[in-house]
Design a protein around this ligand. Structure first.
Ligand code: FBP
Length: 549
């Protein structure tokens, strides 16, 4: 990395803030054991699946003497899944902590995600390399990937690598699925008599890995602030030119936390929330009608412009589409060979239209051809539709346009622009919040490794308050499990945290949305600030403020 921007040069000097218990280095962290932690439900089934790692205690930290000798630690680290701002700082926190315990400690970065661990592809993180990536966005220090580590054969290959590198621990930085698999790997290693720890770190811009012990996953803060800046800019543009409706799709595979937060930050005219759509059993037509209603009302007030926010996962939450997508998944799996032989788009659509039965075929037929094709694209490694590839923004803009055209009462003008914000925010330079939170999570992971824990997730609570009140500790991953159907089997998994319709963040939207629909009440958040007053630089998200404040 020879050249860096001026901002990056200055940003590298930023020293992340850490909670009080970590301020004297990890050799001065005393680990306190709390009550044995168990999941909220399905306890017996989960206990049986995790006989060696079930029921371990909740851990909290305080300043004191760490037990154990100061020997070198050898830790492998994996960045798993989609990028999230701050991943480099997790590695930096881990790196600095283990080096402070013993200069001979080493961090091995597995390349390209979990497959690097399985195939033994790694790079030793040197001081020079680490320094080049401090407080930067992206996962490019070692790369990321979406390989799922879940079968005994894969775990056995990991064991070979773990043994050859004599690892004390593997730290897996990932979302709900990656952390689920981290816990399974921890159990597997223990069952095989290995003392190697497996520690998870909560990552995902989607914000859906959260619970009472994990207030937020890292990356959400920076990503959503980046999108909110862009949405604010678009709202200003819309209000200046007064001629476009902007349909903006926002990342978040399932949960609508990003769209909701961006709506709260910018006061967009319409913010769709997938969880509400599902709860109210809304059809695509009803969603279109509702957007058209807002556009008409604004047109009556002389405003032929506005902003609509659409969560990326919306389509899977519309009940009729959920069923359609489920059938498409089954049919694509069942007819894999036949489907692969079809060469043209028309042939693929025709074949699927034949295979789909009754009402499902009719729903499929109502969709524009581009969307039909997007629904037939390859699934991700978890068997999910890649919602980032489905242009819901275009779908809604087109259907709303058709609706308004056919409406005699609509007297305004409708012209739309479509956007998708996702990749723009996933590798952004971490905000102060994410820089501090991630570095601290890396230190927490180091403490958990040093104290010989396995199957734990690094946790920091009280993050809606100043860093002086942050509380660090470790949470047994198995306590976050519940049993879910996955690919026809009941499996223990970490439950995704969807937007709670009774929660304060959604209620705040409901309370104001009628006003934001009609009035120009836009807020323009502007870019993330890294230097300046703490009120600006250390601001937290509305969601965190409302949920935890
Ligand atoms: P993670 O859950 O792995 O953090 O990734 C989330 C995400 O950014 C989603 O918001 C999005 O749907 C998906 O990744 C896109 O995946 P890809 O990086 O494979 O295009």
């Amino acid at each position: 990395m020879s050249q860096v921007s001026i901002l990056e040069k200055h940003r590298k000097q930023y020293q992340p803030k850490v909670p009080p218990s970590l301020r004297q280095g990890i050799a001065k962290v005393k680990v306190l054991e709390g009550a044995a932690a168990e999941p909220a439900k399905d306890r017996e089934t989960i206990r049986k699946s995790f006989p060696n790692t079930y029921g371990t205690p909740l851990l909290s930290f305080q300043i004191g003497d760490a037990s154990g000798e100061a020997k070198p630690l050898r830790i492998g680290v994996v960045l798993s899944g989609g990028q999230a701002p701050g991943g480099h700082n997790v590695i930096a926190g881990l790196f600095d902590s283990v080096k402070s315990v013993h200069a001979q400690s080493q961090i091995f970065g597995f390349l390209g995600g979990p497959s690097g661990l399985e195939k033994g592809k790694y790079e030793t993180i040197t001081q020079e390399k680490m320094d080049a990536y401090r407080n930067t966005g992206g996962f490019d220090i070692i790369g990321s990937g979406r390989t799922k580590l879940e079968t005994p054969e894969q775990f056995d290959r990991c064991i070979e690598v773990i043994k050859s590198l004599e690892l004390n621990a593997v730290v897996i930085i990932g979302g709900d699925d990656s952390n689920t698999n981290a816990a399974i790997l921890a159990e597997y290693l223990k069952a095989k008599g290995l003392t190697t720890s497996v520690i998870g770190v909560p990552k995902t811009i989607d914000g859906d890995l959260k619970n009472p012990h994990i207030p937020v996953s890292f990356g959400f803060d920076t990503a959503v602030k980046t999108y909110s800046e862009l949405i604010g800019n678009i709202a200003r543009d819309a209000g200046s030119a007064k001629k476009y409706w902007h349909f903006i799709k926002l990342m978040g595979r399932s949960a609508s936390h990003i769209a909701l937060e961006a709506g709260l930050q910018t006061h967009a005219n319409v913010t769709l929330v997938s969880e509400e759509v599902e709860k109210k059993n809304l059809s695509l037509e009803q969603i279109v009608d509702d957007i058209a209603r807002v556009i008409s009302a604004r047109a009556d007030a002389g405003k032929n412009y506005g902003v609509v926010l659409i969560p990326e996962g919306l389509i899977e939450f519309i009940p009729s589409f959920k069923t359609l997508i489920g059938s498409l998944n089954d049919l694509l799996a069942k007819n894999e060979a036949a489907f692969a032989k079809l060469e043209t788009a028309d042939a693929k659509i025709a074949a699927m239209s034949d295979w789909l039965e009754g009402a499902l075929g009719a729903t499929f037929a109502t969709l524009p051809k581009t969307i039909q094709l997007q629904l037939l694209l390859d699934r991700d490694p978890h068997g999910n539709v890649q919602v980032s590839l489905i242009e819901t923004d275009s779908l809604l803009a087109e259907l709303v346009g058709r609706k308004l055209k056919g409406s005699p009462s609509f007297k305004g003008k409708f012209s739309s622009q479509r956007h998708f914000f996702g990749y723009e925010g996933r590798a952004a330079a971490p905000s102060n919040f994410d820089a501090d939170y991630c570095y601290s999570l890396g230190c927490v992971a180091a403490v958990l490794v040093r104290s010989g824990r396995t199957g734990y997730m690094a946790s920091i609570r009280n993050v809606s308050k100043g860093v002086d009140q942050w509380a660090a500790g470790g949470i047994p991953i198995s306590m976050m499990f519940n049993m879910e159907q996955r690919h026809g089997h009941l499996k223990p998994v970490i439950q995704k945290a969807l937007v709670e319709l009774e929660g304060p963040a959604f209620k705040a939207l409901v309370q104001s949305r009628a006003k934001w629909e009609i009035e120009d009440a836009f807020i323009y958040p502007g870019p993330i600030q890294y230097f300046g007053p703490s009120e600006v630089c250390d601001a937290i998200t509305k969601t965190l403020e409302l949920e935890q404040g």
